[in-house]
Each structure stands twice: as C-alpha cells, then as structure tokens.
Design a binder for this molecule. Structure first.
Ligand code: 13P
Length: 253
C-alpha cells in the first residue's frame, strides 16, 4: 500500500510560540498513535521564519518532514526579500510548495515562474509540491481540465519525476471557503491529471497527487479514499494538531 502524504500548509499564520506548540502537539499525537506512520507520511510547511524552530523542536525526529511555502527562481544575489532553494535545503527542508494559487493571485506568478522555481528546487534536491487548480468562473464555464492541463505543461520542468515532484490539485474556489470539491469531481480531475502526467513522465504512476481545499476531518475519509488521491494539502485544519491528525486517521483503512 502506498502511504498517503498528509501535508500542512500553515501559510502566514501564528506566532513563533504558536508554531513551536503546534509542531510539539503534532509530534506528540503521532507518538501516541504510531500506527499512523504505517499509513501516512507527514509534512508541515511553516512560515520561513518559523522553520528553524520547527527543526529544533523535531530534534532529528524524522516522523514529520518540513518544507517551505515558496522559493526564489534565482540561485542567489540581489533579490531582496527572497529565499533561495539552496537556503531552504540547507535549513533541512525536504519539500517546497510552488505555484500556490495565493502566490499566483497576490504575486503574479505564472506557470513559467513556477517552472523556473521548480528547476531551481530540483537542483537543490528539494521535492516540489506544484499546485494547480481552476478558479470558480473557470469551473462554471466547464474549462477546468484545459486550465489544469495548461498549468501542468507550463509549470512542470523537464527535471520533474515521481521522486522529486508532487502535484497538489487545489481548486481555487475550495480554498479557505469550507466548500471542498465533491469526491466525484476530485476523482475525475485526479484521473485527468494522472493521464496528463503519463504523457510527460515515465514513472507517472508513482507520482503523488494531493487534494487541497477545505479538507477537514469530516470529509477526509471520503476524499482520501478517492482513486488517485495520494494525500492532502491542508490549510486551515493543519493549524490544529487535533484536526490535522484526525485527517491522517481518516487515511487508515
Ligand atoms: P484550506 O484547507 O484552508 O482550504 O487551504 C488549502 C490550501 O490552500 C492548502 O495549500
């Protein structure tokens, strides 16, 4: 059985103490229910400034991996405010989220930007979680597959393979709204993404496809049991260790 990847995107939330408390609660919860590790891999993506505190709290405990929420497309140099993939890898991160719809919306990121960032991340041996997903008006028009196909072909670099890349399908209208996509829509889109990946990658069947968008304990069982759903990218519910771990419990058969 393939383990599900249960990934928390903490976004720009919480104080340093909140992040320390949250990671401690997540680790304790996993320690208290070790069977979770047979079914799930865990990842948390705190704000950059809290990464080191998370690393410190983990003390080399590898039951939870940690990652960043973005990286620069440049290697180094005059990029005020940016953080390079190499710095992220150097701080112990294994993963980086790229092309989240919030970055596309608020920072004007395009598929081309995401592709250049992913190339840089792969050079630093980071696993990229590349986010795709249609907006509400695009789903209303029925063009969600075209939108996602374009994002995949534009954002995935030639360096992508099943070991260094994860796709997160996050329909924009489901993020932070409390309204997740239906299991039927998720099945259809994840199947579509799998077929698209087959055209591009040799080992496409092993590449994880996560669902993200209002995943919570109440809907996690159905979503995680859906064909081609290899885990979840969880926003709001990942800010509570209890909710985050309940979602992981939902992955237990
Ligand atoms: P929510 O779980 O809060 O909807 O956020 C999903 C998300 O954007 C994860 O990257």
């Amino acid at each position: 059985m393939n383990k599900k990847l249960i990934a928390g995107n903490w976004k720009m939330n919480g104080s340093l103490d909140d992040s320390k408390g949250l990671i401690a609660d997540v680790v304790n919860g996993i320690f208290g229910s070790q069977v979770l590790l047979e079914y799930c891999d865990f990842l948390v993506c705190p704000p950059y400034l809290h990464l080191y505190a998370v690393r410190h709290a983990l003390h080399g405990n590898d039951s939870v991996a940690y990652g960043a929420q973005d990286c620069s497309a440049a290697a180094n140099g005059a990029r005020t405010g940016d953080t390079s993939a190499e710095m992220i890898a150097d701080s112990g991160c294994s993963h980086v989220i790229l092309g989240h719809s919030e970055r596309r919306q608020h920072h004007g990121e395009t598929d081309e930007t995401v592709r250049r960032k992913a190339e840089m991340a792969h050079k630093s041996n980071l696993i990229t979680i590349i986010c795709v997903g249609e907006k509400e008006e695009e789903r209303d028009l029925g063009v969600q597959e075209e939108v996602v196909a374009k994002q995949i072909s534009g954002a995935l670099p030639d360096s992508a393979n099943a070991q260094n890349t994860v796709i997160a399908y996050e329909p924009v209208w489901a993020i932070g709204t409390g309204k997740s996509a239906s299991a039927e829509d998720v099945k259809s889109m994840h199947g579509f993404i799998r077929r698209k990946l087959q055209e591009k990658l040799e080992d496409s069947n092993k590449l994880r496809i996560l669902y993200g968008g209002s995943m919570k304990p109440e809907n996690a069982k159905e979503l995680l049991a859906t064909e081609n759903v290899d885990g979840g990218l969880i926003g709001g519910a990942s800010l509570s260790a209890d909710q985050f771990l309940k979602i992981a419990q939902a992955a237990l058969a």
